[in-house]
Ligand binder design. Structure first.
Ligand SMILES: [Fe+2]
Length: 257
């Protein structure tokens, strides 16, 4: 696949999977290489990682992350629970992180798929059948996300905003639905119906699972697609991924003059 084809695939479909080897002494070299071929700027450090308390509590606060953060503490054959659907960038405004790269170094013994939920497509479907429910997701206080990294974090490190909206003319999502989210339904009663749809029928038609092999890299539009890691069991060597995030979407570089 050429760079041009890859950029088109990510732009049209919202994601792509490529195979690209990791460099042994620098696991993030592949990220830099792919980011460059996608016309992406330097990797982006999320707002959460810029907070001094978070920086003190968490080992990895740069734009490049190893998942899990501390692989030495992972026991062989241990089991990991599933994540809930989210977009990367807990404190970012809508569309703040447009692209995420996930590179698989070591696969899980079983499970460990990444599940993508095409939440913007689901929003469009909802708009066609229940306009008021769709509108409720655009409310400026529809969704609050908060960090649980320390005791004081949930009150201090939180971000409220619409769950969907238009950024630079493009529909964007921050649909996230788990233990770090509050849906503000009190002033917004139609939100119940929207959530019923997004948690139920929308998932039947708008999700896909991807199981990365070692060397596979998943590229997805974090501003258009929600995602979660599925439950897995580690093998003798723990499952390991690397991640980087970008504030821009992939784009074709202008032709040389
Ligand atoms: Fe994520």
């Amino acid at each position: 696949m050429t760079d041009r084809e890859l950029i088109s695939e990510v732009t049209i479909r919202g994601y792509a999977v490529i195979s690209t080897p990791a460099t042994a002494d620098d696991p993030f070299m592949a990220h830099r290489r792919v980011a460059q071929s996608l016309g992406l700027p330097d990797a982006y450090t999320p707002l959460l990682y810029m907070d001094s308390e978070v920086r003190a509590a968490v080992g990895q606060v740069g734009p490049y992350n190893e998942i899990p953060r501390d692989i030495k503490s992972v026991q062989p054959w241990s089991e990991m629970p599933a994540q809930t659907f989210h977009v990367d960038g807990l404190l970012e405004p809508l569309g703040g992180i447009k692209t995420t790269l996930l590179h698989c170094l070591t696969q899980a013994h079983s499970g460990g798929e990444t599940e993508l939920f095409f939440s913007c497509d689901a929003f469009r479907d909802l708009s066609a059948t229940d306009e008021n429910a769709a509108q409720s997701l655009l409310h400026p206080a529809a969704l609050t996300r908060f960090a649980t990294i320390s005791e004081s974090a949930p009150t201090r490190l939180r971000a409220t905003g619409p769950a969907f909206g238009w950024v630079e003319g493009t529909l964007a999502t921050r649909f996230s639905d788990g233990p770090t989210e509050i849906w503000n339904t009190s002033e917004n009663p139609n939100l119940h119906r929207a959530l019923e749809y997004l948690r139920g029928p929308a998932l039947d038609t708008h999700r896909v699972q991807v199981r990365l092999e070692p060397g596979d890299m998943l590229i997805f539009r974090n501003d258009r697609v929600s995602h979660r890691g599925c439950a897995y069991q580690n093998g003798a060597r723990p499952r390991q991924l690397t991640r980087s995030m970008y504030s821009s979407a992939p784009r074709h570089s202008p032709p040389p003059r």
